[in-house]
Design a protein around this ligand. Structure first.
Ligand SMILES: C[S@@+](CC[C@H](N)C(=O)[O-])C[C@H]1O[C@@H](n2cnc3c(N)ncnc32)[C@H](O)[C@@H]1O
Length: 202
């Protein structure tokens, strides 16, 4: 099934699968951006991080392959009285332009080789001093029922991410495993095995 159809189906159900509040790892990193900063959220789904950022004066674009998810993101923005830009785009055919102060993602499940291609493209989207920030499920999440895909190829390891991000011209500020309690709608709930990454363009 194409990625658009998979996620359109999930997001067609009533309510917000991961809730309306932002991801707890991304939220303080969004808070650290100055008002007017340009933020691109990859695989942003139903828009919980985008609306949080827009309410803080960030110029935010929410990219996703699911038009149903993005329509719900726009509805959430209207409900919150904020403005977001949505970009209906499959990362498999995405060409970035270097215009963002930050690119962020929460729980964007990509397989190789698309994973390397999309995250290297995300680095190209950054302006100098721009940051890439993301939280993923680790491969250790596979047996747990707190959320995430049941396909190990869609889960992450520190080593595999280091291979993608250890590039000249970029500094890895954080790349670590974490165990944390998720409380994100019905989709992510309970103790989870996570990987967090922050990379800065020099
Ligand atoms: C687990 S959901 C997370 C949604 C959102 N980031 C959040 O945390 O609420 C994964 C999202 O990634 C998007 N996605 C997966 N593969 C994609 C691709 N190739 N191109 C664009 N979006 C993709 C899905 O459509 C879905 O919205």
């Amino acid at each position: 099934m194409p990625i658009r159809a998979i996620w359109n189906d999930k997001f067609s159900r009533e309510g917000y699968l991961y809730g309306k509040r932002p991801n707890a790892f991304l939220a303080p990193r969004i808070d650290a951006l100055p008002a007017g900063a340009r933020l691109l959220l990859l695989g942003e789904g139903e828009g919980r991080n985008a609306c949080y950022a827009a309410a803080r004066g960030i110029d935010v674009t929410a990219l996703d392959a699911s038009d149903v998810g993005l329509a719900k993101a726009e509805a959430l923005a209207r409900e919150a009285g904020v403005t977001i830009t949505t970009l209906h785009q499959d990362l498999a055919i995405w060409n970035a332009t270097p215009r963002y102060d930050a690119v962020m993602a929460s729980f964007l499940h990509l397989k190789e080789p698309l994973r390397t291609q999309a995250f290297r493209e995300a680095l190209k989207a950054l302006k100098p001093s721009g940051v890439f920030v993301a939280e993923f499920f680790s491969t250790k999440q596979l047996p747990l029922s707190s959320g995430g895909p049941k396909d190990v190829d869609l889960l992450y390891t520190v080593d595999s991410l280091r291979e993608i991000f250890a590039l000249p011209g970029f500094e890895i500020l954080r790349l670590e495993e974490a165990v944390d309690h998720l409380d994100e709608g019905h989709g992510h709930r309970g103790e989870a095995e996570l990987i967090r990454v922050e990379v800065r363009k020099l």
